[in-house]
Design a protein around this ligand. Structure first.
Ligand code: B12
Length: 378
């Protein structure tokens, strides 16, 4: 296969997952697109571009949508929200995705204000006191795009972009662990992309790419990337590609067939033993409640199952709501107490007091485990 063909195939696979997650069976519907967050529009644009469809001309219920124009509007709304409330409508991960997509598609974007927007800042790059490697990684890709898209930058802006990238690279490198992971295993793929396009900002030997690669490869057989979003975010770095390659495709090449695999039939499982776990729901912000229960579930059950079982047992204490997101079920309320982006509150998942690095739909619980969902400020 040609280099371009190969590159395209990788990008299509990595982004088509995202696309499929969002696309309604008959294509995009105009109402749905309008309700997308800015980052969702940005991901759509990258996915369309990676599959050689024009994001400026996407068919939706008989008419066409210009996703780049739409993203410009959504991005403007994010900036307005920051000006009024001090917070974006979403988060800085999505703002970085927005800049990345607008930059790649030559959308309207001021490099001067963008470099100020993505400059170092605690509220931007920290979630719950923890540096967000994922956010920093996408921000680096966005900055490198601005630097390399061929439009001359005023010296002051150029300098600001360099300073931002240097800070982000140093911060990411500080999150490198002995085993090669950067942040946690789910941020490692994005961090690899970012570090691979910013080598001129790193001292020689500052990052051992091969060690990180081996760490990721070792985790694949353990099912660590079974979640389609986790797979899509790690895949490009395994192929030595980055999201910046999306705009470097040669779409006049003959399209390669997409090797979409069909789901393997699962073999029937024999009766599994039961395990016992304790489950606590707590308001960690205003301390209005703290309720625990001990329940039995089948071995191999996910966190979400425990939540359902306890809800059935005692809905007054353990009722909850969730929304379906690209990563699976996202817990939005427990005992009627709603997470609220404007107040930076969310329902945090913990096991034996330690925050989980997977969601309720993926995390498999073990016998005697102390599970908790805790209302927390990030
Ligand atoms: C911002 C963010 C958050 C914010 C979301 C609110 C906000 N201000 O936007 C906060 C801090 C609240 C958060 C919470 C959690 N997060 Co988070 N989050 C992210 C981050 C950095 C960006 C998400 C985003 O905007 N994506 C772009 C938009 C376009 O996609 P989207 O699907 O529409 O985004 C929404 C959902 O992803 C949802 N969301 C955010 N995190 C998670 C986690 C899970 C498991 C689910 C189902 C949904 C979800 O919120 C997004 C905004 O509305 C990602 C990083 C990444 N690599 O993706 C991590 C990430 C998705 N989160 C992760 C985790 C583990 C969690 C928690 C489970 C942590 C915990 N121990 O409690 C909780 C979710 C618990 C719950 N209530 O169900 C992991 C998921 C890994 C995995 N294999 O499942 C990631 C990849 C970070 C990481 N490297 O570990 N998160």
């Amino acid at each position: 296969m040609t280099g371009d063909g190969e590159m395209r195939r990788t990008l299509v696979i990595m982004l088509v997952g995202l696309l499929l997650l969002y696309l309604a069976p008959g294509g995009l519907c105009q109402g749905c697109v309008a309700s997308f967050s800015s980052g969702q529009v940005a991901l759509h644009i990258l996915a369309q571009q990676a599959s050689c469809s024009d994001p400026r001309c996407v068919s939706a219920n008989g008419s066409t949508i210009n996703l780049v124009r739409l993203l410009e509007q959504k991005f403007k709304a994010e900036l307005q929200n920051i000006a009024i409330h001090g917070n974006p409508l979403t988060n800085f991960y999505q703002l970085s995705l927005d800049v990345l997509a607008l930059c790649q598609l030559n959308g309207r974007l001021s490099p001067a204000s963008t470099s100020a927007l993505l400059s170092p800042g605690h509220k931007k790059y920290y979630l719950g006191g923890q540096f967000s490697v994922d956010t920093a990684a996408v921000a680096i890709l966005a900055h490198i795009c601005l630097q390399t898209r061929g439009q001359p930058l005023p010296p002051k802006v150029y300098k600001k972009i360099r300073q931002n990238v240097q800070w982000l690279v140093d911060k990411i490198l500080a999150e490198k662990r002995r085993d090669g992971e950067i942040g946690n295993i789910y941020s490692t793929g994005l961090a690899m992309q970012a570090l691979s396009v910013s080598s001129s900002y790193q001292k020689p030997g500052a990052w051992n790419c091969l060690q990180t690669l081996h760490r990721v490869l070792d985790k694949i057989p353990q099912g660590t990337f079974k979640n389609p979003m986790a797979a899509s975010q790690v895949l490009s770095s395994l192929e030595n590609r980055t999201y910046l390659d999306v705009s470097r495709l040669n779409c006049s090449m003959d399209p390669d067939n997409l090797p979409l695999s069909t789901a393997r039939p699962t073999s029937p499982t024999s009766r599994l033993p039961s395990i016992r776990v304790t489950y606590t729901v707590a308001d960690g912000v205003n301390n209005t409640f703290n309720d625990s229960i001990s329940v039995t579930v089948t071995q191999g059950s996910i966190f979400f199952k425990v939540m359902e079982v306890t809800q059935d047992k005692d809905p007054s204490k353990f009722s909850f709501t969730y929304t379906q997101s690209s990563w699976g079920p996202y817990i939005t309320s427990v005992q009627g107490l709603q997470a609220d982006n404007n107040h930076r509150t969310y329902w945090q998942l913990l096991s034996n007091g330690i925050p989980l690095s997977q969601g309720a739909g993926d995390y498999v619980v073990s016998n005697s485990e102390r599970l908790e969902v805790k209302f927390t400020v990030y």
